[in-house]
Ligand binder design. Sequence first.
Ligand SMILES: [Zn+2]
Length: 240
Amino acid sequence: MKRCGVTLLLAALAGAAQAVPVAVDVGHYLERPGATSAYGVTEFEYNQSLAAVLAARLAVDGVPVRLIGWRGEMAELRERPRQAEAAGAGFFLSVHHDSVQESQLEAWEWNGRALRHADGFAGFSLYVSRLNPRLDQSLACARRIGEALRDAGLPVATHHAALAPGLGLEWADEKQGVYYYDNLVVLKAATVPAVLLEAGVIVNRDEERQLAGAARRALTVDAVARGLRECGVTVGAARP
Ligand SMILES: [Zn+2]
C-alpha cells in the first residue's frame, strides 16, 4: 500500500512538473487587424475567437495557457515572445487566418458592401523559422499538428510555396503543410519552440463559413492539442 502511495505521489509530481504553460498568441491587433475576410470580418476577430476556444481546449488537458495580445492591444511584435517568456511558457503558438496576394482577390458585393474574395484557395498551413534557436522542436510540433489537421480531413494550403505567385516560401514538410518562414518576427524572436498556424483561408467564401463555425474550431483545436501532446510539449492530465 505504501509503495502504491509513493508511486502515485511521484506520478502526480511528474505531471505537475510537466504542466508548462503554452503561449497562445492572437495574431494582429485592433488598429491593424490583418486581412479582411470575404464577408468583411477582420482576421483579428477570427484569431481572437479561435485562440479562446484553443485555450479552453488545452485547459481540458490540464495545460496552463498564457494568451498574448488578447485584447488587441499588442502593436509591438517582439513584445509577444517576450511576454511568453516572462510567463514561463515552454511553447509559443501564434494563431492566424490566411489570405492571398492582392492580385488574387476578386471583387464582389455582399449586403451592400464592396468586398473581395478568392474562392480558389483553401486549407491550413504552419510556419517555423530557421532563426529560432529551437528549430528541431518547433518543426517536430508543426509536423504533428499538421498531421492531426490532415487526419481531421483538412487540406494543406499550398499557395505560399515557391512556385506559386505568392510569398514564395520553401517547404519544411509539404505533406504536413509546414513552411519555412525564417523572418517572421514572433518566431525568430522566441527563445522557446515556436509555430505559427494559419487555420484556414478567410477570403474563401465557403471556408470562411466553416471557420466561423463551432465544428471547424473544435476540429482545429483538437488537432493542435493532439499535436502538442505528440511532440512532447504537453502531457495531458486528462489523458487516459
Ligand atoms: Zn495574420
